[in-house]
Design a protein around this ligand. Structure first.
Ligand SMILES: N[C@@H](CCC(=O)N[C@@H](CS)C(=O)NCC(=O)O)C(=O)O
Ligand SMILES: *[C@@H]1O[C@H](CO)[C@@H](O)[C@H](O)[C@H]1NC(C)=O
Length: 244
C-alpha cells in the first residue's frame, strides 16, 4: 500500500475550476503531487481509464487508486491528510452546512456561469446572468450570516475552507465573463462582501500559482464558444460536447 505522502497525481486542466479546487486543497495540506495537464479535446488513456464514467478532470490518483468528482476528492484529501489545517469544519452541523453551500455553488451558480459563456443568444445570456446573480446574492447572504458576522475573512473562518474552495476556483471565469461580455457577476456594488472576499482568496498562499490568469480563461471560453457555434451549425448527430 502506498504511504500517505507518496504517489499523488492530479489529472487536470489549468483553467478547470474543478481541478483548481483539488490543487489548492493539496497545497493547503502541504501534499506534494505530480500535476498532469490533460487536453479535454483529446483525452489521455490514463484519464479515460481513471474516470471511465464521466471522463472528466479532475482525477486524483493516490497510490494508483483513482478518485473522481472534485468535491469528493477535496473531502478525501481532508480525511487522508487529516492534520490541520482542516478544509471542512469539525462540527457535524457545520460540515453539513459547508456541504450544502458547496452543492449550491455547483448546482446553481456554476450552471448559470457556464450558461452565460455558452449562450446562443444575447437574450439567453442575460437570463443566465440573472440566474448567476441570484445565486451570488444567496452566497452574499450566507457569507454575511456566517463569516462577516464573526469578523472572519473566509467562509471557513480564519482560513480558506470547503465553501471558499468551491466558489473561489471560479473567479478567473467570472473575470473572463466580465471581459468578454461586460457582465460583472461578483462586484462591489451588488455583492460587496463577496467582492472583498474574492480579493482575499486569490492572495492566499495555497492559491498562488494555481489560480490562472483571466486571459487563459478568456482563451478557453472562446474555444468553447467556437465549439458551441460549430455544434449549432453542424448536422452531425453523433456530436458530443465537452462540458466545463
Ligand atoms: N462535477 C465534476 C465536473 C468536472 C468537469 O466538468 N470537468 C471538465 C473540465 S472543467 C471536463 O473534464 N470536461 C470534459 C468533458 O466534458 O468531456 C467535478 O466536480 O469534478
Ligand atoms: C491526441 O493525443 C495523442 C497523444 O495522447 C497524440 O499522439 C495526438 O497527436 C493528439 N491528437 C490531436 C488531434 O491533438
Amino acid at each position: 500500500m502506498a504511504g500517505k505522502d507518496d504517489d499523488v497525481k492530479v489529472l487536470g486542466v489549468v483553467v478547470s475550476p474543478f481541478a483548481i479546487r483539488v490543487r489548492i486543497a493539496l497545497n493547503i495540506k502541504g501534499v506534494s503531487y505530480e500535476y498532469v495537464e490533460e487536453d479535454i479535446f483529446n483525452k489521455s488513456e490514463l484519464l479515460l481509464t481513471s474516470n471511465p464514467v464521466h471522463k472528466k478532470v479532475p482525477v486524483l490518483i493516490h497510490g494508483g487508486k483513482p478518485i473522481s468528482e472534485s468535491l469528493v476528492i477535496v473531502q478525501y484529501v481532508d480525511e487522508v491528510w487529516a492534520a490541520a489545517p482542516s478544509v471542512l469544519p469539525a462540527d457535524p452541523y457545520d460540515r453539513a452546512v459547508a456541504r450544502f453551500w458547496a452543492a449550491y455553488i455547483d448546482n446553481n451558480m456554476v450552471p448559470g456561469m457556464v450558461g452565460v459563456l455558452r449562450a446562443a443568444t444575447e437574450e439567453e445570456r442575460a437570463a443566465k446572468a440573472d440566474e448567476t446573480l441570484a445565486a451570488m446574492a444567496q452566497l452574499e447572504k450566507a457569507f454575511a450570516e456566517v463569516a462577516a458576522k464573526n469578523g472572519k475573512p473566509f467562509f471557513g473562518g480564519d482560513s480558506v475552507g470547503y465553501v471558499d474552495l468551491a466558489l473561489g476556483c471560479n473567479l478567473h471565469f467570472l473575470e473572463a465573463i466580465r471581459r468578454l461580455h461586460g457582465v460583472a457577476l461578483v462586484d462591489a456594488g451588488k455583492t460587496p462582501l463577496l467582492a472583498a472576499w474574492a480579493e482575499r482568496f486569490v492572495q492566499v498562499e495555497a492559491a498562488k500559482g494555481v489560480v490562472p490568469d483571466a486571459d487563459d480563461a478568456v482563451e478557453f471560453a472562446r474555444k468553447i464558444q467556437a465549439r458551441v457555434a460549430a455544434a449549432a451549425a453542424s448536422t452531425a448527430a453523433n456530436y458530443t460536447d465537452i462540458q466545463c
